[in-house]
Design a protein around this ligand. Structure first.
Ligand SMILES: *Cc1c(COP(=O)(O)O)cnc(C)c1O
Length: 400
């Protein structure tokens, strides 16, 4: 049986066309872009092409708005730390309760070790930002707002354009962790007020260990990594040339597949979701289904453990995720679902299905075929489920 991979928000398979584009840059075109000879010059123009490909995906208008980093995590760190240095006299950060640890653990560290105040804006039961709390938190001390474009666990999309405008009215910079949104939703940064945006290669069928920070023209920037003059002094260290070339190609392919992502992938996701809801009792969708990434659905199966569900799914050759990969292994349900006040009995059984352009109709059929019995089997063993059946009079003791 062919394995079914529905954990694309954790990482995607590098597109074979991306790998093919990268390969010559390990062997024939191995030069250092900073060198004064032909080996270096060829590589330099390849890097420039990659930047253009990323700009096209983001709708970035000006050269030099793309700074390559080691991934989404570094881009998030670089954006926030830069703003604290350029926004003189401003010592406050605003972020949301459902950010990736790349943001949340950094701001927690800053609050603990530096003289920084952090406002963490909550979300409602559908994962939507508390706009009133956001408005109140903004002020003359706000250095930067960092709020994600789309949530990695539920797929909920935030109104980043509006949030950026509001940040600017308070004189703050606006950064968005768009690692999950880039390549899945159309973007036109030239028309937006977003100052900085993080993206990551391996979330869009590119290689791991490469990402970029978009820094809007005119936004002052202080580097996180200091050393040589690479990236115009904004990120030192010899460029990871093959990975950068791969990221550019991945961006180009993402743009080509955008329409497919918005239509075919979204339709598969909807069919999966509707099928699961129709065939399995006591489960519901978490997040804002009206403003959501086309590839993601997160379903809470009440009265059972997500880890157990994943284990049985894994036995059937199906890969998905409970909470985020970064928090799994802990017994607490995900911080995202807790922020949404999803009851513990449901949050513990939440499963994220994240599709990609490589997902097929057969994959969806297989999940729909397997899941009802996986859930039923676990519920048979669940004391919480038994209690509920007794309470609702559905429990038949002859089968006890
Ligand atoms: C994966 C992810 C990151 C981290 O990106 P890396 O390239 O793995 O460092 C950051 N933010 C979000 C929302 C993510 O999904």
């Amino acid at each position: 049986m062919k394995p079914v991979y529905l954990d694309n928000n954790a990482t995607t398979r590098t597109d074979p066309q991306v790998v093919e584009t990268m390969l010559p840059f390990f062997t024939e075109q191995f030069g250092n872009a900073s060198s004064m000879h032909a080996f270096g010059a060829d590589v330099g123009s390849a890097l420039a092409k990659s930047r253009k490909q990323i700009q096209a995906l983001l709708g970035s208008e000006f050269d030099h708005e793309i700074v390559f980093t080691s991934g989404g995590t570094e881009a998030d760190n670089a954006a926030i730390l830069s703003a604290l240095q350029t926004q003189i006299g401003r010592k406050e950060i605003i972020t949301s309760a459902v950010e990736h640890p790349a943001v949340l653990s950094l701001v927690a560290h800053l609050e603990k070790t530096q003289n920084i105040t952090v406002h963490i804006i909550g979300v409602d039961a559908m994962g939507r930002l508390d706009m009133e709390a956001y408005r109140k938190a903004l002020g003359p001390k706000t250095a930067i707002v960092s709020i994600m474009w789309a949530n990695n666990e539920t797929g909920t999309i935030f109104p980043v354009e509006e949030l950026a405008q509001m940040a600017h009215e308070a004189g703050a910079l606006f950064h968005t962790d768009a690692v999950q949104a880039v390549g899945k939703v159309p973007m036109n940064l030239a028309e937006s007020e977003i100052d900085m945006l993080s993206l990551s290669g391996h979330k869009l069928h590119g290689p791991k260990g490469i990402g970029a920070l978009y820094v809007r023209k005119g936004v002052r920037f202080r580097p996180l990594v200091r050393g040589g003059h690479q990236e115009r002094g904004r990120r030192a260290g010899t460029e990871n040339v093959p990975a950068i070339i791969g990221l550019g190609r991945a961006a180009e392919l993402a743009l080509e597949h955008m329409q497919d992502e918005q239509t075919r992938v979204a339709a598969m996701r909807d069919r999966l979701e509707e099928g699961l809801l129709a065939s399995i009792p006591n489960c519901f969708v978490t997040g804002d289904a009206t403003s959501r990434l086309p590839n993601t659905c997160n379903i809470a199966f009440e009265y059972i453990e997500g880890e157990a569900i994943l284990l049985l799914m894994n036995k059937e050759g199906i890969a998905a995720s409970s909470g985020s990969a970064c928090t799994s292994g802990s017994l607490e349900p995900s911080h995202v679902l807790r922020a949404m006040d999803i009851p513990y009995t449901a949050a513990h059984g939440a499963i994220r299905f994240s599709l990609s352009r490589e997902t097929t109709d057969e994959d969806v059929d297989r999940v729909l075929e397997v899941m009802p019995s996986v859930i039923a089997k676990l519920r048979e063993m669940s004391p919480f489920w038994r209690e509920r059946e007794v309470r609702e009079g559905a429990f038949n003791p002859t089968y006890a």
